[in-house]
Write a protein that binds this ligand. Structure first.
Ligand code: ADP
Ligand code: MG
Length: 341
C-alpha cells in the first residue's frame, strides 16, 4: 500500500452499501443511517477528488441527536469500521472538567494517531465523535474547569481545520477529519414546534405535506442556541441526524438480531461448552420491559441478560452431562437438560 494521501472509499461503497453494512450491527435508526451514509460518502469522495482546480467544497460535520443508549456511539463506530478509518470518541463534558482543554484535545488527536498505528496521514482522515455537546451550557467554568463556551471555542478550532502541534513536535492537520457531535438535546421537539417556519403553507396533497413535515422536523442552528451552543459552533454542524427512541420491539431485536448480539454471543459461549442455549421469545420481551423502566435505552440490556445467564454459566462447566439450557422466563430458573453423552 502507498502512503495514505487520499483515503479511498472501497470500491462500490455507495451510501446504500454503507447503510447495508450498518444494518448488520445497528437496529433501526434508518433516517440517521441514511443521513450519515450520504454525509460520509460525500466527505470521502470530496477528499478523493480534491484537485487544485476544483471548487472547494466545504466540510460538513454532523450533529447526531438522540437519547442515551439509542446507538449513537455504536453507529459512529460501525461507520468508521466500514470506511476503514481511525475513530476516537470524547465526551464534551469531561473535556470541560479539566483546566487545560487544549491539552485534552491534543490528547484526543494523539489517540487518533495511535488508532491509525502512528500514521498521521491516515489519522487526518479519521472520525472524531464528541458526545454530550448539549450539556456544555451548564458548564460554567470554575477555577478547575473550562467553561462550556471555552470548550466550544477550542473544538471549533479543530473542527474548522487547523494544524495542531503535538507534544512530540508532530503536526496533525484537522481539516479533513470528520467531526460528529452527539447529544440528547432533551426538549428540542418543543423548540421545533415553536420555531417551525412552514406551518402556514396549506397543502392538500400528501407528498407536499411530507416535504413540509420534513422541513419542519429539521433542526436549525438557531434551535441549538437554546442549548447554549454558540452560533459559530452550531454553524459548523450543518448536517443533523436524528436517532429514534428505542421501542420494546427494537430492544428485543437488539438482543437477538445484530451479528454480535448478546444472545448470539452467549449461544457461542455455551456452544463452546457443548451446550445449546435456548431463550424463548417472551424472555426477551421481559428484559426489554425492564430496560424501558431503566430509561437508558439499550444500555441496560446486556447487564440484565448477563445477570440472568450467570447461574447457568456457573453450573454448566461442573456438569458435563448438560446438553441444552432452556430459559422460559426471566423470573424462573433455567432448565438444564441432560442428554446421552
Ligand atoms: N440501535 C441499536 N442497535 C443495536 N444495538 C444498540 C442500539 N442502540 C444501542 N445499542 C446497544 O446499546 C449499547 C449502548 O449504545 P451507545 O451506542 O453507546 O448509545 P449512545 O451513544 O446513543 O448513548 C451499545 O453498545 C449497543 O450494544
Ligand atoms: Mg455514546
Amino acid at each position: 500500500m502507498t502512503a495514505t494521501q487520499a483515503p479511498v472509499l472501497a470500491k462500490g461503497l455507495t451510501p446504500s452499501a454503507i447503510v447495508r453494512y450498518l444494518d448488520q450491527y445497528v437496529v433501526g435508526q434508518d433516517d440517521a443511517k441514511r443521513t450519515l451514509a450520504v454525509a460520509v460518502y460525500a466527505h470521502y469522495r470530496k477528499l478523493e477528488n480534491a484537485r487544485a482546480d476544483a471548487i472547494e467544497l466545504a466540510k460538513s460535520n454532523i450533529l447526531l441527536i438522540g437519547s442515551t443508549g439509542t446507538g449513537k456511539t455504536l453507529l459512529c463506530q460501525t461507520l468508521s469500521r466500514v470506511l476503514d478509518v481511525p475513530f476516537v470518541t470524547a465526551d464534551a463534558v469531561s473535556l470541560a472538567q479539566t483546566e487545560y482543554v487544549n491539552e485534552e484535545i491534543e490528547a484526543l488527536l494523539r489517540r487518533l494517531i495511535e488508532r491509525a498505528d502512528g500514521d498521521v496521514a491516515r489519522a487526518q482522515h479519521g472520525i472524531i465523535f464528541i458526545d454530550e455537546v448539549d450539556k456544555l451550557k451548564a458548564v460554567s467554568g470554575g477555577s478547575r474547569s473550562a467553561s462550556g463556551e471555552a470548550v466550544q471555542n477550542a473544538l471549533l478550532k479543530i473542527m474548522e481545520g487547523a494544524p495542531v502541534q503535538l507534544k512530540n513536535h508532530q503536526y496533525i492537520d484537522t481539516s479533513n477529519i470528520l467531526f460528529i457531535c452527539g447529544g440528547a438535546f432533551v426538549g428540542i421537539e418543543n423548540i421545533l414546534v415553536r420555531t417551525h417556519a412552514f406551518g402556514f403553507i396549506s397543502s392538500s396533497d400528501d407528498d407536499s405535506q411530507k416535504i413540509l413535515d420534513r422541513l419542519n422536523a429539521r433542526v436549525k442552528p438557531t434551535d441549538l442556541f437554546e442549548f447554549g451552543l454558540i452560533p459559530e459552533f452550531a454553524g459548523r454542524l450543518p448536517i443533523v441526524a436524528r436517532m429514534q427512541d428505542l421501542s420494546r420491539d427494537m430492544l428485543v431485536r437488539i438482543m437477538t438480531e445484530p451479528k454480535n448480539s448478546v444472545y448470539k454471543q452467549f449461544r457461542q459461549i455455551l456452544a463452546d461448552e457443548g451446550v445449546e442455549l435456548v431463550i424463548e421469545d417472551p424472555v426477551f420481551e421481559q428484559i426489554a420491559d425492564l430496560a424501558i423502566e431503566y430509561k437508558i435505552g439499550a444500555r441496560s440490556l446486556r447487564g440484565i441478560f448477563e445477570e440472568m445467564i450467570t447461574p447457568v454459566l456457573y453450573a454448566v462447566p461442573d456438569d458435563k452431562g448438560i446438553r441444552r439450557v432452556v430459559v422460559t422466563s426471566l423470573f424462573e430458573e433455567a432448565t438444564l437438560e441432560r442428554g446421552a453423552a
